[in-house]
Design a protein around this ligand. Structure first.
Ligand SMILES: [Zn+2]
Length: 248
């Protein structure tokens, strides 16, 4: 009988105590820990300059960075069809893997430049050839540009109407921070690059840019001259070598 009494007593007291203690601890407002990251990417692109077509004009592209580049000048060719989904977005593994496979060979400066300028849609490697270097600021101990460092150079593509090469100056910067004077420095460097483009012996003059539209679907043609398989189905000219694409 005493045993039965104890059992019932303890069994009844436990559920009575626990919820009342929990409800007493409920605050009127939830105290939240705040987390935030502000990424800031920015860039500038100049007007286009029309060039006499041909492989010699392409070879001139790196020379347009001379006097402004503070690192080795790297050339990034347009991406062939197998990299048509390449995007520097790590949460999309298939697109990110294509991007890494296409660009892991490049320097940290060029990869940073591609991330910034592709993210803000200032360049599109479906048709752009991108020539890149560090143009202002510092790199960290791993060789990656600081948020206020300016990277870029020139981008070129083939005009679908005429087959001429169109070259423009492109600069970008950004990351976990922003500084007030970076925009002004970027504008000054863009002007310097644009002057170099116009001063080139093959330059024909300033032109309005009509950027080609990359293919959404099955992709385009294979260049008979250099073997490049374009992801750009409307291309008349090979994004890589600039020769006329033959339609079968
Ligand atoms: Zn080609």
């Amino acid at each position: 009988m005493p045993l039965e009494f104890l059992k019932r007593k303890s069994g009844a007291s436990l559920p009575a105590v626990v919820p009342s203690a929990a409800s007493a601890a409920l605050p009127e407002e939830v105290t939240a820990q705040e987390y935030q990251l502000k990424l800031y990417y920015a860039g500038k692109s100049s007007e286009g300059v029309r060039f006499k077509p041909g492989p010699r004009a392409m070879d001139e592209l790196p020379s347009m960075l001379v006097g402004l580049a503070k690192s080795e000048i790297e050339v990034v060719d347009p991406l062939p069809i197998e990299f048509s989904q390449a995007t520097p977005t790590i949460a999309r593994p298939s697109e990110a893997m294509q991007w890494l496979n296409a660009h892991h060979v490049h320097s940290p400066i060029t990869r940073h430049g591609l991330v910034v300028l592709e993210t803000i849609d200032a360049i599109d490697l479906a048709f752009d050839t991108f020539v890149c270097a560090l143009l202002d600021g510092e790199v960290d101990t791993s060789g990656y540009p600081e948020y206020n460092a300016i990277v870029g150079g020139v981008a070129s593509h083939w005009d679908e109407a005429t087959g001429d090469m169109i070259v423009r100056a492109v600069v970008g910067w950004g990351g976990k921070g922003v500084r007030g004077d970076t925009d002004r420095t970027g504008a000054r460097i863009l002007a310097g690059l644009f002057t170099n483009i116009l001063a080139n012996q093959y330059a024909l003059g300033i032109t309005s840019i009509e950027r080609p539209v990359p293919a959404a679907g099955r992709g385009g043609l294979v260049c008979a001259h250099c073997g490049f398989a374009s992801g750009h189905e409307r291309a008349f000219y090979c994004p890589k070598c600039g020769m006329r694409l033959l339609r079968g």
